[in-house]
Ligand binder design. Structure first.
Ligand SMILES: [Fe+2]
Length: 160
């Protein structure tokens, strides 16, 4: 008989998915902190719009971070929960001293695109393990981020 976890999914496959979700979590933490930095440091004529938009995005990212971490627990893993742990496995780079609209928007777009592609990979992996719960969370995230990418690129097209 196959070894199953508390929600009835195969343990070894779930552990691999938990690992991938921990990478997604770590990358989201970098994305979150990049947004906070932009919210604080942004200068110029788009200040009011972007200051507010970045706050909305980091609040959304915080909810997503919580959802990913709790999913890791449900499938039998332990979510990374230290800065050191995140930095060790994150692929995204910390944005530092960025104050312009254009530069910050470019980073946000690149970060969201990277996250979207990682999520697509996890969705396929979860689907193979019949992990519909993870598939549903990843599917919701993909459609949300795809919409965000469209909106960010539409807005970014007007920025000098
Ligand atoms: Fe603030």
């Amino acid at each position: 008989m196959e070894n199953k976890n508390i929600i009835g999914l195969e343990v070894e496959n779930s552990n691999h998915i938990a690992e991938a979700l921990n990478e997604l979590l770590a990358n989201h933490q970098i994305y979150y902190q990049n947004l906070r930095g932009f919210h604080w440091l942004i200068l110029g004529k788009n200040f009011f719009q972007l200051h507010e938009k970045y706050e909305a995005l980091y609040n959304e990212a915080a909810d997503t971070i919580d959802e990913i971490a709790e999913r890791i627990l449900m499938i039998g893993g332990t979510p990374l929960h230290t800065f050191e742990g995140y930095l060790e496995i994150a692929d995204l780079k910390s944005a530092k001293d960025i104050r312009s609209s254009k530069e910050s928007l470019d980073v946000v777009e690149q970060n969201v695109l990277f996250l979207t592609n990682s999520i697509r990979t996890i969705l396929k992996q979860a689907s193979k393990n019949n992990d519909e719960g993870t598939v549903a969370i990843m599917g919701e995230l993909i459609s949300r981020y795809e919409k965000q990418l469209w909106m960010l690129s539409a807005y970014n097209a007007t920025i000098d």
